[in-house]
Design a protein around this ligand. Structure first.
Ligand SMILES: [Ca+2]
Ligand SMILES: [Ca+2]
Length: 338
């Protein structure tokens, strides 16, 4: 009731704030040095009901005195069992506070912290912590560092770093890899679909830049789908429509392919993967009030909230806030042109 009343106000208020925030966002983009935070292995392909380990590692750091790793994962697919600090970690040989750790397998979030008791930080590269997961069902999970992840120096200032996320593809014998060869400008490309659905009627339309197929699932079942699209074939912002409704998806890529990962319900049979413009949340290839409405309705939410709509999380940091609204507003009025 209150939500309905505030809805219009919220949309107007958000638009008004945009100009101000654009300035702040630009300032917040700090430069990064050569320090990197990554996960090894970057890509993992465990089986269902299998344990696997991922290491959070830092490379080329100077005066590291404390760190916090905050990592999100897809709790429907994997659960975190434990976080440990290996003997050969980056603080090895120094006295530390010890590991503080919080695991939330409902949210898909883990937080781990360790710091030095000593006055000076350490230099170089090394392991921060080791994270053990268990897989529950086939599908895909990102392992992504959130904004609250930090590296701190002995002056208690944040060390700029570049973070790269990892991926987990839990595989199952019921999954099948479909490969469809399509031709664009006399060049052949392979589009791949890795899924437990049965795929038929695959088509690529070069003019409307659209991939379409029919996915059949068992009654009342859901399936997972990964569509691999060669970047040379289609590139940019994608929207996935299932029976004309935009689906939420996550993305990963390698040098050749862009991978789109999504869940299909029993009712989602006519699938279209289209290129669109940034900020188009409902997949109609234009950014207008419909998209602002979707974002405004979900404004201020995180995944466990009732109003949460992952399509509105354009910035992909698991919250719908001004960053997302700014991106949509910047593209407001935009039209996809072939
Ligand atoms: Ca739209
Ligand atoms: Ca966001």
């Amino acid at each position: 009731m209150v939500e309905g009343m505030n809805f219009k106000k919220r949309a107007v208020f958000l638009i008004l704030l945009i100009t101000l925030l654009e300035i702040r966002l630009t300032m917040a983009l700090s430069s990064t040095g050569d320090t990197k935070l990554s996960l090894t292995p970057e890509h993992t392909y465990p089986l269902v009901k299998e344990n696997f380990i991922v290491n959070a590692t830092v490379t080329n750091v100077t005066d590291l005195s404390a760190w916090q790793v905050k990592l999100t994962f897809n709790p429907f697919i994997i659960n975190c069992i434990e976080v440990t600090i290996p003997d050969d970690n980056v603080f090895a040989g120094h006295e530390t506070t010890g590991l503080s750790c919080k695991i939330d397998n409902n949210l898909g979030l883990l937080t781990a912290f360790n710091g030095l008791w000593e006055l000076n930080g350490v230099n170089g590269s090394g392991n921060l912590c080791q994270i053990k997961f268990n897989t529950s069902c086939p599908g895909f999970s990102f392992l992504a560092f959130t904004d609250d992840t930090y590296l701190q120096n002995s002056e208690m200032s944040n060390i700029p770093f570049e973070a790269s996320s990892g991926t987990v593809q839990v595989v199952d014998e019921n999954f099948q890899l479909y490969i469809f060869a399509v031709v664009q400008n006399q060049t052949s490309h392979n589009v791949t679909i890795y899924t437990s659905s049965n795929i038929t009627e695959f088509d690529f339309n070069q003019v409307s830049r659209k991939i379409s197929f029919v996915a059949a699932n068992w009654l009342n079942s859901t399936s997972f789908c990964t569509v691999g699209i060669p970047k040379a074939l289609l590139n940019g912002t994608f929207a996935i429509l299932a029976n004309d409704t935009a689906l939420w998806y996550t993305m990963s890529s390698d040098p050749v392919y862009q991978f789109l990962h999504f869940i299909l319900g029993f009712e989602n049979s006519d699938i279209q993967v289209i290129t669109t413009i940034v900020g188009d949340l409902n997949g109609d290839r234009k950014v207008d009030m419909r998209d602002i409405s979707i974002a405004a309705r979900a404004f201020g939410t995180i995944p466990e909230d009732q109003r949460w709509d992952p399509r509105a999380d354009v910035h992909r940091d698991r919250k719908v806030d001004m960053k997302d609204i700014t991106i949509i507003a910047k593209n407001f009025g935009g039209l996809w042109l072939n």
